[in-house]
Design a protein around this ligand. Structure first.
Ligand SMILES: Nc1ncnc2c1ncn2[C@@H]1O[C@H](COP(=O)(O)OP(=O)(O)O)[C@@H](O)[C@H]1O
Ligand SMILES: Nc1ccn([C@@H]2O[C@H](COP(=O)(O)OP(=O)(O)O)[C@@H](O)[C@H]2O)c(=O)n1
Length: 242
């Protein structure tokens, strides 16, 4: 019997556009899993800081990536865990749950330093493809910055989710108690500028659907994604019957 193919829904976009939360809700309704690729970049930055690895040293970060163990849940509540190399003991550390810590603004401020290395991106992209291939799920929504263009350019559904910088800052400030919208806006613009040096997540590549959520509430954003997925599934079914 042939292995069932996992349907991919690729979603990219800048910080605070709604990618993670909207993808998660859409995936739940579609019965799909969700792979948050930013979590791996965040966990890697966390691991580098924890092990005293220079975040600007491509080789050192690639070595860390080859030595650590990383896991993320694709269904249900998100849980991100890592095991760090312990050279003295010659084995990996106990499992550390980093789910909450990787969302810290201190990690957000450092993460572009590890995601800028092309070799790191190649290794992580291979890991993302492996996670999806081994998921055994009927479908996976995979979200990040270069999913529609590099990780899964052949995905049957590809979406670029955007929102104005002001709206994105407002949403992100709502998640960070005590943070002012102005500070959050400055932080996300600085991170977007650094990330944009490496990947284009502002202009939709040919064939990628643009979903601007600036004037959408959460439910409308989820519905926009579901409509695009259902439309693609309908078109594929129509082609098969022709
Ligand atoms: N269309 C929307 N309307 C209102 N709030 C939204 C919308 N999309 C996302 N949010 C909220 O904005 C915050 C940031 O969204 P998130 O999914 O983390 O964005 P991203 O993954 O693109 O950085 C979350 O608290 C989320 O619930
Ligand atoms: N596919 C991806 C996903 C994230 N990233 C990096 O990881 C960081 C965190 O991504 P994220 O998706 O968790 O960030 P938010 O948009 O949720 O704030 C980004 O700022 C990028 O530096 C990337 O380079 N490529």
């Amino acid at each position: 019997m042939e292995n069932a193919v996992t349907v991919l829904v690729a979603i990219d976009g800048p910080a605070g556009s709604g990618k993670s939360s909207v993808s998660r809700a859409a995936a739940d309704r579609l019965g799909f899993g969700i792979l948050d690729t930013g979590a791996a970049y965040r966990a890697l930055a966390w691991a580098a800081l924890r092990t005293g690895t220079d975040l600007d040293d491509s080789q050192a970060i690639t070595d860390l990536l080859a030595a650590w163990a990383y896991e993320i849940t694709l269904r249900g509540e998100q849980r991100v865990t890592v095991r760090l190399p312990d050279p003295e003991a010659g084995r990996l550390s106990e499992t550390v749950d980093v789910t909450a810590e990787i969302r810290d603004p201190g990690i957000s401020a450092q993460v572009s330093r590890v995601s800028k290395h092309p070799a790191v991106r190649v290794s992580l992209n291979a890991m993302f493809r492996r996670i999806v291939a081994e998921s055994g799920l009927p479908g996976v929504v995979i979200e990040g910055r270069d999913i529609t263009t590099v990780v899964a350019p052949d995905a049957p559904v590809r979406i670029l989710m955007t929102a104005s910088p002001e709206v994105r800052a407002q949403r992100r400030a709502g998640e960070l108690p005590g943070a002012s919208r102005e500070d959050v806006l400055a932080d996300i613009l600085a991170r977007d500028a650094k990330d944009a040096l490496v990947v284009d997540f502002v202009n939709p590549a040919p064939g990628v659907s643009l979903v601007d959520t600036s004037d959408f509430d959460f439910e409308q954003s989820v519905q926009a994604v579901i409509d695009i997925v259902r439309g693609a599934q309908g078109a594929a079914a129509g082609e098969e019957t022709q």
